[in-house]
Design a protein around this ligand. Structure first.
Ligand code: UTP
Length: 232
């Protein structure tokens, strides 16, 4: 089985901005176990707090949005290096920076790591296009909320959805930010790609590394994206 995992960058840092070494180790152990069982994984790591901090400082200093995006891209790659360190020789030795390299890497390694790719999108779009490229059976999105809500989760009466149709998701997320560092859960590029290839996608709470195994085992958790009312 081939799986793409998007690991939200916010999962790697605690509230004071320190790297959560133990959580990264836990993820690496879980990945190691599943790879031993025959899984091939492409893991796309997000930019998290360092990306937000660098982007807002650069913007204040006069950087263009494209320059800010590039900072996010590079910082996401740095975060991927942290997971790569924990995975040691299990991971393809470079953080993959383009889709041609991904195709080659995915045929030679069981675990391939990526960060950002190009300006104007988030690492969720990277994960979606990586899933298309390798023909992934599943796209798992580990984030810092327990799933998709029918409206802003901070609003009264917000309900977590066990499944959401792609068109409903598009509507819920419309109006999200389009500036560097501000793309919402699924940016428009990510939505377009999962929709056109009907990629089986689950968004789940990644604050517990154990949830990765639960998601891989097909347990119901988080929110599953459906296409035309059905999951593929
Ligand atoms: P993300 O916003 O995807 O990081 O990338 P994240 O940490 O995963 O976000 P959360 O925690 O899940 O919310 C960081 C920034 O890098 C740039 C964007 O500016 C993005 O906001 N980026 C990333 C790109 O421009 N292109 C890419 O392909 C990826």
């Amino acid at each position: 089985m081939r799986v793409v995992l998007k690991l939200g960058g916010s999962l790697l840092y605690d509230e004071s901005g320190k790297v959560m070494i133990d959580r990264i180790r836990e993820y690496a152990e879980s990945i190691r176990t599943h790879v031993k069982d025959g899984l091939t994984m492409v893991i796309v790591v997000g930019g998290g707090r360092p990306a937000r901090e660098f982007i807002s400082a650069a913007r204040e200093l006069g950087a263009s949005e494209a320059q800010c995006d590039w900072l996010g891209i590079k910082l996401a790659r740095n975060n991927a290096e942290l997971l790569s360190a924990a995975l040691r020789s299990l991971a393809y030795p470079r953080i993959v920076e383009d889709l041609d390299e991904l195709e080659v890497a995915a045929t030679s390694a069981k675990v391939v790591l990526m960060g950002g790719l190009i300006p104007g999108q988030s690492t969720n779009a990277v994960a979606a296009v990586a899933a298309e490229t390798i023909g992934a059976d599943m796209l798992l999105n580990a984030t810092n909320v327990d799933g998709v809500y029918d409206r802003d989760p901070k609003k009264d009466g917000a309900v977590k959805l066990d499944s959401v149709d792609i068109e409903e998701l598009r509507a819920i997320l419309s109006g999200g930010g389009t500036r560097a560092g501000e793309y919402r859960l699924f940016d428009p590029v990510a939505i377009k790609i999962v929709a056109r290839s009907k990629i089986p996608t689950v968004i789940f709470d990644g604050r517990k590394a154990a949830n990765l195994s639960r998601a891989l085992d097909g347990e119901k958790l988080g929110t599953r994206i459906t296409y035309g009312g059905k999951s593929r």
